[in-house]
Write a protein that binds this ligand. Sequence first.
Ligand code: FBP
Length: 322
Amino acid sequence: MKTLDAFLQDSAIDSDLAKVISKLAHCCETINTQLQRGELAGILGSAGAANVQGETQKKLDVIANDLLKEALKACPSVRGIASEEEDEVVGANADGRFLVTYDPLDGSSNIDINSMVGTIFSVLGSEASGPVTEAEFLQPGRDQKAAGYVLYGPSMMLVFSTGDGVTMFTFDPEQNSWLQTVERVELAPDTKEFAINMSNHRFWAEPMRAYIDDLLKGSDGPRGKNFNMRWVAAMVADVHRILCRGGLFTYPWDSRKPDQAGKLRLMYEANPMGLLVEQAGGEAWTDSVRILDIQPEQIHQRVPVILGSANEVKCCVEYHQR
Ligand code: FBP
């Protein structure tokens, strides 16, 4: 099996971009070590809360954010960083060619129940000089140079794309090395599985309610087949399942926050996952447009997300176009 280092060296990936991906992977090994020690590492609970010794605890998403920020700043080709955990963009190396956006610990409420979480990242190019600005980051997702995630689960996995398919690596703790376990991910166009937080049913727009209601009718309804539901409550794990065996994931528009369009963030979640899903042969939409075509207006912008198996995503979007 190919190691990550060998893969990055042998492929046609830009050597500076390869170094950024390698840096991200190694930093996530450190995050994984903290996660595996869990309670023992004293990293559970909320930022600012005191542990039993009366010491102030840091939430693991704050720790993960700081680890990634420092690792990326030390990477000469990284010009700037934007994180779900930072209010403003952060400058790194003024003459770097890349901007990195990331969600340091997606699904972080799963940490306290010892369930799956992950780090999601996206790499953009920049030709600007001088101090880094938010405006440089506001590029549509189709221009991403790379995107991926590290899933902290029973095994740690790195899944990424540089625009030529999606590949998966599994971390082998015995060899202390990432090994390629899936060369090219292929997402089946049809599915009988969907992922949505059903408890929000009454807050969705009418087309999404109609679509999900029809799925629930199963073989007696207009879809003519029975669907199963899975919901990990960490997008990174739900998308990983979809890349492995197909499915539809959605976090739709919600009437509780009508002006914010949804819960998930365009630059840290929707764009990187959208690139991966498309590169695996799937589709990624809001309820009306292809996610990768959205011109971002601000770095922390939220969007509705419908992604996964191509035919099922098209079907869901059609409900919104009727
Ligand atoms: P965080 O980035 O705050 O962890 O929120 C994102 C997320 O956890 C997604 O990964 C997941 O799909 C969604 O929120 C679940 O939210 P909820 O359980 O509130 O519907």
